[in-house]
Design a protein around this ligand. Sequence first.
Ligand code: DGL
Length: 291
Amino acid sequence: MVTVDSRPIGVFDSGLGGLTVVRQLLRRLPCEDIVYFGDTGRVPYGTRSREVIDKYARQDCRFLRSEGVKLIIAACGTVSSAAPHVLEEQPLPAFGVVGPAAAAAVRQTKNGRIGVIGTPATIHSGAFCRHISQLNPAVQVFAKACPLFVPLVENGWIGREDEVTRLTALRYLEPLREQGVDTLILGCTHFPLLADVIADIMGEGVILVDSGREAADACVERLAADDAFAPPAGGSSGERCSPCGRGGKYRFYVSDQPEGFSRMAGMFLGQAIDGDLRTVDVETMTVTAGQ
Ligand code: DGL
């Protein structure tokens, strides 16, 4: 018997980057409701200690659980890499971007040389390297932390004509290009916004793996395996979610003032925010403002 599950999908990130995952979910699963939490009051996570990332990730998951979600996506390369145990201990399906992106890169590389870029915490965790060598020990991985990419994206400096961004990217990416990688994992959910600049530097032959897109695909697979898609338009059970045009309902929460978030969110989502936007303190679990 085919079942349906109308509870929302929960997605969180340290800030705006996870919206690149929401953007992919909107395309793939237009019937699903989504609750997004962006920890804008505590971003960035990528330069923090493992203990702090653990604590934040636990609070983020607890908040999403309190919203009655059916599944949690850590749309944050840093949490996915540095605190996978927090996701494993959740009493509902929860996963991050590392496994899906590593699998996609291993599938796509031809020369067995994969590059990974992410925040310092992501790269120092070694999580991508471990996943890749479990999948194929013969693959060589070249990793590089790119801490300045996050503030560049948060400030909207993402165009290929932006000289500061281009020079920063050149400095980070040249060593990977020199290693001859043919596949590059964008291991931070902010980085897809810099894809044009990154592609210009890496060259045409290099495949860019968008970790957010792979996580969205993994979400579709998980819902299919669990028979847990939202009901289609009209709510008749027995049919799977399809591009039915119903459009899910969306709730966005941030931990700092929402104005900055709504201004930048369109850039990440590829469309204006459509849904409730509220502020929440995840330490005390109080929703303090609505918009
Ligand atoms: N979106 C976060 C990630 O994917 C990066 C921002 C941060 O450092 O918190 O790691």
